[in-house]
Design a protein around this ligand. Structure first.
Ligand SMILES: Nc1ncnc2c1ncn2[C@@H]1O[C@H](COP(=O)(O)OP(=O)(O)O)[C@@H](O)[C@H]1O
Ligand SMILES: [Mg+2]
Length: 409
């Protein structure tokens, strides 16, 4: 018997369920597609492109719809001699400023032997290099900045690029920006001059409901799974679960994929509803673990303080009682503690991630309102995550639990 054999029961092609798979057709986004098409029409007419801004939560099809429609646009404009269209994609996930976006754009447009260093130039010099590259391409250039919210308020590039022609930096190139954001707040915090230009055309992607997710899953599972691989109710359960939680197609697809892996792991030929429930739990856990790992230093310190109190059965606990514990742990770890309000922001973040639960309480007649916090997840998960934090002086009880947990596993 070989160690590895191909499985033939559940997945026909599991790559179809992965993050980077691009579907050939888009389901359930008719209104958004229509608005997007209208906004792109000037490109077909050979006119100056409009700037377009898409926003909506993660997993609602912004990237997939853009890829699909821009591919169609490239195919359909190929037949017009006077339209010379280039589409340039830049994922801004790890880029936190206009400078970094510009440098990465220059390097995306240049051949591998002409890459520039990512630091050390004045910003205007980078913009000039960028204009040179755009002029060299010429024609209509759609610049897709996916996950653009990562640049935060450092948004000059979104102001400069749309004005580059008017300011005489470009003559052959007609750039248009398509900004895609998962964060509604980003749009509101853009500087007013950027908002005016970038948000010429705004398209909002709302969360999917259960029937829409069901349609997406139906289509995707045909290619991904064998016909008999899903037991009755499995696709509907994935759709309903994701619709109630986030409305994200990504979440629905992840549930199905993970449920399939669980069935495969047990050598079964069919995914059943229980697999979906188990997959949900597994995904939630890994999301929380990820959330805890990604916190900043002060997030870690606040978490350790809350954990210490929880281990001493003092939760739910008020912010004013967490603060002294946080301060001591910070000082023992050689970190300057934040003021109480700022520490509270970190507790609020932990609550948003579902790691803590927070309850508002009213202080009887004297009036004041205050918050209490307790853990919303299994403490074992927290202890495991805390065991991986660097350079934090753990209080005795926490340190002991970490040690016990690592011996147990
Ligand atoms: N309307 C749709 N039709 C088909 N597949 C979709 C649709 N919307 C989303 N998807 C799929 O769901 C996943 C998440 O979509 P994505 O475009 O990455 O979301 P966003 O960019 O909004 O975070 C991708 O695998 C994508 O192919
Ligand atoms: Mg996306």
């Amino acid at each position: 018997m070989p160690t590895f054999t191909r499985d033939t029961d559940i997945f026909r092609d599991e790559d179809v369920l992965r993050e980077d798979y691009q579907p050939d057709t888009i389901t359930a986004r008719e209104d958004e597609l229509a608005a997007y098409k209208t906004a792109l029409q000037p490109v077909v007419n050979g006119a100056q492109p409009r700037n377009i801004f898409l926003y909506g939560k993660t997993g609602v099809g912004k990237t997939a719809v853009s890829r699909y429609l821009l591919k169609q646009l490239q195919q359909d404009t190929a037949e017009y001699d006077d339209v010379d269209l280039s589409v340039v994609w830049l994922n801004c996930t790890n880029l936190s400023s206009s400078y970094q976006v510009a440098v990465n754009l220059v390097n995306t447009l240049r051949s591998t032997d002409k890459q520039i260093s990512t630091t050390g130039y004045p910003q205007q010099r980078i913009f000039n290099l960028l204009y040179d590259e755009l002029e060299a391409i010429g024609g209509t250039i759609l610049l897709v900045f996916d996950e653009i919210d990562h640049i935060g308020s450092n948004d000059e590039i979104l102001y400069e690029l749309p004005r580059a022609r008017a300011n005489g930096y470009l003559s052959d190139a007609k750039p248009g920006i398509i900004g895609i954001s998962n964060d509604f707040g980003f749009r509101d915090e853009l500087s007013p001059k950027v908002k005016d230009t970038l948000c010429e055309e705004e398209i909002h992607f709302s969360p999917y409901n259960a029937p829409e997710l069901r349609a997406i899953l139906n289509q995707r599972s045909e290619a991904a799974l064998y016909d008999d691989a899903t037991g009755s109710g499995v696709l509907s359960l994935c759709a309903a679960t994701a619709a109630q939680d986030t409305g994200s197609a990504r979440q629905a697809l992840d549930l199905l994929y993970n449920a399939g892996e669980l069935a495969r792991g047990e050598d079964r030929v069919q995914i059943v509803e229980q697999d979906v429930h188990d997959a949900r739990e597994k995904l939630e856990q890994s999301q929380i673990e990820h959330g805890m790992r990604e916190l900043t230093k002060h997030g870690h310190l606040a978490l350790v303080a809350a954990l210490d109190l929880a281990l001493q059965c003092e939760t739910p606990v008020r912010v004013r009682d967490i603060f002294p514990r946080y301060r001591t742990i910070s000082e023992d770890s050689d970190v300057d503690p934040l003021v109480r309000r700022r520490m509270h922001d970190h507790l609020a973040d932990l609550a948003m991630l579902g790691i803590l639960n927070r309850h508002g309480r009213n202080e009887g007649r004297s009036g004041g309102q205050y918050y209490e916090y307790e853990f919303g997840v299994d403490l074992e998960l927290v202890i495991e995550a805390v065991g991986e934090f660097d350079a934090i002086a753990l209080p005795k009880k926490v340190a002991r639990s970490v040690q016990a947990s690592s011996m147990g596993s």
